[in-house]
Design a protein around this ligand. Sequence first.
Ligand code: ZN
Length: 505
Amino acid sequence: MQKSEAQSIFQQTFKYVRETAILESTMALLEWDERTGLPAHAGEHRAEQVTFLSGLVHQRKTSLPFGNWLNELSQSELMLQPNSPVGASIRGMKRDFDKNIQLPEELVKRIAHAVTVGQQVWSEAKPKNDFASFLPHLTDIVALRREEASILADGAKCRYDSLLDQYEEDARTDEVSVVFAELRERLVPLVQKLTQSKSGPDGKSIEGLFDVPKQREFSRWVAEKIGFQFPRGRLDETDHPFCTTLGPNDHRILTRYYEDSFSSGLYGTLHEAGHGMYEQGLPTEWYGLPAGSAASLGVHESQSRLWENMIGRSREFWQWCLPYAQKWFPQLADVSVESIYGDLNRVEASLIRIEADEATYNLHILLRFELERELIDGDLQCSDLPKAWSDRYESYLGIRPKNDSEGVMQDVHWAAGLIGYFPTYTLGNIFAAQLVNAASDELGDLPSMIAKGDFQPLLRWLRTKVHQHGRCQKPTELVANATGKPLSSQPFIDYLTKKLTPLYR
Ligand SMILES: [Zn+2]
């Protein structure tokens, strides 16, 4: 095939996948709407809309002409530069096509329907601690995802591998297990040492009530300062914070505010702004193609947790931010940088993952990872989940949930069918520590930049090293190229030890 012919097939393919992306972003808008203010009786029709659209998307992603174009492109001269945006996009699209074509449309639609209804039931059942009414839906979702995993695994790998791979390209359960086991070995004694210490931050500086409208203004202001572009996005509220992209210039972040918590709304915002800034840094000219998409969920999570924790919970951040926070919240007038820094980094065994400190957070993830694998590859039944969940909390963190709302029903993930997703959070922490180390080495005095509120050098570094590459490299390759180091949990453990131990002397 002539190069010009290949280029014209590529243009045709690009137009086609962009149209598919338009349909997918329309579904994302429906989901955003569902989670920001769907009327109580509108759920059934919304499930019908999403089911119908997901069928259309699946048809497009598995259509014969599309498959033929990808076959021709894969053997064309355009693949001579496999890591260029064009070469990497062809490879990525072909990889996705080969997976999607294995899944029957009927199964895809059943999953879309089950997870839409599942989330609606979950959001009603959770505040009522009503696991019984959620159980049949969860059982259905797990069975469907097992069916999907069996098809994709094709007898070769463990089923869980094929679910994990959807969020973290080429990640393997056995390899992730090794990294996580290392992490657990070092984390458990560190957490024990910190939580058993007699001294340490007492949380007093951020106790009390914080006006919600002021929190709203303050959170938006901080998100803008670190670099979230509001002309290309917005900040709203929901019960379970998330970030979604509705188009190349439309990035929605969502948080939630509680009057009795200074940190929930702020750190929800910083976390989601980190996701949003990554999406805003992807090359818009490649929107719809792998070159214009995020590398993986682990890399995504590295961006959110980097801004939330490594920057937002640093001493230097509060040297800069405290005088501003005091203007919004006069009750902080007598609070010192040291006390708020300590209180925002308290280590405590707790039940709610998204409220957990940086050290215990990963134990919440490790136990979900284990339970998911048992659901998909082992013989754990959904009806036994509440007990298995509570037992594992007791053994890892020494505490037991009082009810299912603060136990097995706390996260939306399983209701949304997101099985294989949790490990990407801890991978994100590991990536983030490596990235911050590399950025500090290259940028010079990063802490003093943060202390001045100058976040641009770090954001620019992330844009160059991570964001602009889209999905042109595999996640671990991307991080290794950005940092010059292979994947290792050591920098993350070192970071936690160095940061948290001095607070507990
Ligand atoms: Zn996140």
